[in-house]
Design a protein around this ligand. Structure first.
Ligand code: IPD
Ligand code: CA
Ligand code: CA
Length: 254
């Protein structure tokens, strides 16, 4: 059974569940400003059951309390059943389902489905990245002064927080800096050239796993901000089109 096809089908299944719950969910705070709805939980359950039926030996990590499988298995699915829950709750149509697959700590497959635009972003290592089946590539913009950049900031943060200070520095240097509420869709935006760069220092593995594969396969570059090596277990990510823009952002952010 094909891993990429499975990830894509599972992402669409999750998207259908988000649609079904869109007019009847209730939201609660897991932590201050950290929301969860029945849709997050139902989407994760459906995705897990679908993939697990095909790959019963595989391991799973999902945002809504999902850890499953034997540590000895080299495959691990990393699932965000709803990335952008705050947008979903407020009916701002910018959220997605994100499903990545690791083989021995290397990200090999990613699928992210945006149910509002019916857009499925997908990639497998060495096979390129696609949007609804068509190949995608990153942008060519190499100047921070002309770039559209996205950032994720920690919630309920203070103005003195280093992440806010970094945001302000890029605001001074870049043409446009935005926040959207979905790290997964920001990574898709980088992959298809709608966005030139995205950074955050407060992400979880499920926010990044699928998107990292998609950006890389679209020709982009993913590192940590202070370190050229990306690590899924670290909250720190800088994704860009891989032009000079990457170094310019490192200089401003670091
Ligand atoms: C959040 C989104 C947001 C990012 C947060 C994440 P969630 O995911 O990706 O863009 O800034 O750090 O937690 O909670 O909506 O799945
Ligand atoms: Ca998320
Ligand atoms: Ca989530």
């Amino acid at each position: 059974m094909d891993f990429l096809e499975t990830a894509c089908e599972a992402a669409r299944i999750g998207g259908r569940i988000l649609d079904e719950w869109a007019h009847k969910f209730t939201a609660r705070e897991k932590n201050p400003s950290d929301l969860v709805t029945e849709a997050d939980v139902a989407s994760q359950k459906a995705i897990f059951e679908f993939i697990e039926a095909r790959f019963p030996d595989h391991r799973f990590l999902g945002e809504e309390g999902l850890t499953h499988g034997d540590e000895s298995c080299p495959y691990r699915w990393v699932i965000d059943p709803l990335d952008g829950t705050s947008n979903y709750v407020h009916r701002f149509p910018y959220y997605a389902v994100s499903i990545g697959l690791e083989l021995e700590d290397e990200l090999i497959v990613g699928a992210i489905y945006d149910p509002n635009r019916d857009e499925l972003f997908a990639a497998a290592k060495g096979q390129g990245a696609t949007l609804n089946g068509e190949p995608i590539t990153v942008s060519e913009r190499g100047e921070l002064g002309q770039a559209l950049c996205m950032a994720s900031l920690p919630v309920r943060t203070t103005r003195e927080h280093p992440a806010v200070q970094r945001f302000l520095r890029v605001l001074e240097a870049g043409q446009h800096v935005q926040r959207t509420g979905s790290a997964a869709l920001n990574l898709c935006g980088v992959a298809c050239g709608r966005i030139d760069a995205f950074w955050s220092q407060s992400l979880k593995p499920w926010d990044m796993a699928a998107g990292v594969v998609i950006v890389r396969e679209a020709g982009g570059l993913v590192t940590q901000i202070e370190d050229g090596t990306f690590d899924l277990e670290e909250p720190n990510l800088l994704a860009s089109n891989g032009t000079d823009l990457h170094g310019q952002l490192v200089n401003v952010l670091d």
